[in-house]
Design a protein around this ligand. Structure first.
Ligand SMILES: [Zn+2]
Length: 69
């Protein structure tokens, strides 16, 4: 597994409800997450506002779309 070094904002979706999207570029105003906060940097207390799933249930949207580069 390779880790990309380029800092790039990604969009994540809650894998439980598939209704909540977390955009690293915009953060989450409702939970006082400032814009530019990476999912890795989210507090452990972060929960999906729709279903309450923990942040580890967030999946990169790009990996779901199975778009090959
Ligand atoms: Zn959810």
């Amino acid at each position: 597994m390779h880790t990309k070094r380029i800092q790039q904002f990604e969009m994540f979706v809650c894998d439980d409800c598939r209704e909540h999207f977390y955009d690293e570029e915009h953060g989450d105003d409702d939970q006082h997450i400032v814009p530019g906060t990476l999912v890795d940097d989210l507090p452990q207390t972060y929960r999906c506002p729709k279903c309450g799933a923990p942040k580890k249930n967030l999946r990169p949207v790009l990996s779901i779309g199975s778009t090959a580069w």
